[in-house]
Design a protein around this ligand. Structure first.
Ligand code: DHB
Ligand code: FE
Length: 454
């Protein structure tokens, strides 16, 4: 099922949505670079050389060279970004806007002085207004399209079969998985200490899980975690952020980057989820430039060991649990339901797992540091399995009092649990595995695998 895009039939108009943004990422980033005087200078001196530094398509480079704003927009450009290029050429916004209309500069100026273009006949394609004509094209764009004509015919056919709605089935959530993400576990893996007596019982608890992952490998993991003051310092604090990039490098958290493989994303599915979830009234921050910290990489080690490459794609999803107010359990649970609807409306038969990470009880600060509440943690696991809706009503203060200040990470587990089929009226999940162990560093480690039943 395609996303709801009611704006596609507004004449002479391109709405800059998640799909356009994905397409135009490097074109827009190139434009942003022109905000520095030294870059403008280098660009002016040798356009081809400067453009070659950016990972744009050949078509985007040609559109820039032609200074054809309609063409640039077609390839994912957004006017506020493109305006940096216009500014570099000494153009005003009025000149830029006018250049896209097929009018001369004087005609456009006169139209604006006369009160501007009327919306009459210009609200919907086919109404016959004065913005209904063909997009004005530079000679360079026309020549480009003629040259592409042969490939274009083949390309359209290919595109048609690939996007036929649900022709090959929809994506689905196959399982949810829950695990703590203690940095010391990562260090034990990196330093080859997993056989030490301290660590043996912990890693033993994940032996079943590693085999289960081999038998149930998804195409994509939607991995809910919190960024621990790694990308998001106090300059920007997004409550929910989705990683839409193609790749995510491991972050340097102060000890040097972990020697783990880079994480490969799924930009197309991530953009789809972002748009769908935002349309369901959840405000997500879209992040194209993200390094992943222990919150994301440690659970990957627990489930996959230390492979040369992670065996599937991962969409990172960050939740603020560092600075209050953090999102409520109820909101996280509802968000999980929205994410499930988003995934299951994606027109490709992908198997998607959703992971909730962090927790369980731990407190990393103050004289109460070291707090562990195994009884409460195990009740949390019981309730997460059997009655997550009720568990989601638990206020933050209960997490803090009972599970320690950093135990609040557990609200993230409710996102993964909310995405399971039973919450939307389907069958109860099968508990494939449950494990609990104290301690790993300062933390009680909890772990669950829940499988959706067909
Ligand atoms: C520890 C646990 C965490 O979840 C974390 O983010 C950092 C440290 C710990 O137990 O040391
Ligand atoms: Fe943490």
């Amino acid at each position: 099922m395609a996303l709801h895009k009611p704006y596609l039939d507004v004449p002479g108009t391109t709405i800059f949505d998640a799909d356009q943004s994905r397409k135009g990422y490097w074109l827009n980033q190139f434009c942003m670079s022109l905000m520095k005087a030294e870059n403008r200078e280098r660009f002016k001196q040798d356009e081809d050389a400067y453009l070659a530094e950016w990972d744009m398509t050949d078509e985007q480079r040609a559109a820039v060279r032609a200074r054809d704003l309609n063409w640039m927009m077609r390839t994912g450009g957004n006017i506020y970004f493109l305006s940096k290029l216009g500014a570099t050429d000494g153009m005003s916004f009025q000149q830029m806007a006018g250049s896209m209309t097929g009018m001369t500069e004087q005609q456009y100026r006169d139209m604006m002085v006369g009160g501007g273009r009327s919306p009459e006949g210009n609200r919907v394609v086919g109404q016959g207004g004065d913005a209904q004509g063909a997009v004005s094209q530079s000679a360079a764009w026309k020549a480009w399209e003629e040259k592409q004509q042969k490939n274009l015919v083949a390309g359209v056919e290919k595109h048609d079969t690939a996007t036929k709605s649900g022709a090959n089935g929809q994506a689905r959530v196959t399982a949810s998985l829950f695990a703590s993400h203690v940095p010391a576990i990562g260090a034990a893996v990196d330093l080859g200490k997993t056989d030490e007596p301290y660590w043996v019982p912990l890693f033993k608890g994940f032996e079943f899980s590693k085999q289960w992952m081999k038998d149930n490998l998804p195409d994509v993991i939607f991995l809910v975690y919190n960024d621990h003051a790694t990308n998001f310092d106090l300059g920007i604090i997004p409550t929910f952020a989705i990683g839409t990039a193609a790749e995510f490098e491991p972050a340097d958290e102060g000890y040097g980057p972990r020697p783990v493989p880079k994480v490969v994303g799924h930009p197309h599915l991530a953009a789809h989820i972002a748009q769908s979830v935002i349309q369901q009234d959840f405000d997500l921050t879209i992040v194209n430039n993200l390094k992943v910290d222990h919150g994301l990489t440690v659970p990957l080690n627990l489930m996959f060991g230390s492979p040369a490459e992670w065996p599937c794609k991962v969409i990172p999803f960050h939740v603020n649990v560092v600075q209050y107010p953090v999102p409520s359990g109820a909101r996280c649970f509802a968000l999980g339901q929205a994410i499930r609807r988003a995934i299951e409306s994606y027109d490709e038969p992908l198997k998607v797992q959703i992971w909730g990470t962090g927790g369980m009880s731990h407190q990393l600060q103050g004289p109460r540091a070291g707090l562990i509440n195994s009884e409460w943690d195990n009740q949390f696991l019981d309730r997460l399995i059997a009655d997550p809706k009720d568990l989601a009503t638990m206020p933050h203060i209960d997490y803090v009092r009972e599970a320690g200040s950093e135990g609040i990470e557990l609200v993230m587990w409710l996102i993964a649990r909310g995405a399971m089929a039973d919450v939307a009226g389907g069958k109860a999940p099968k508990v494939a595995h449950r494990f609990f162990h104290v301690p790993a560093s300062n933390t009680a480690v909890g772990h669950l695998i829940l499988e959706n039943q067909e």
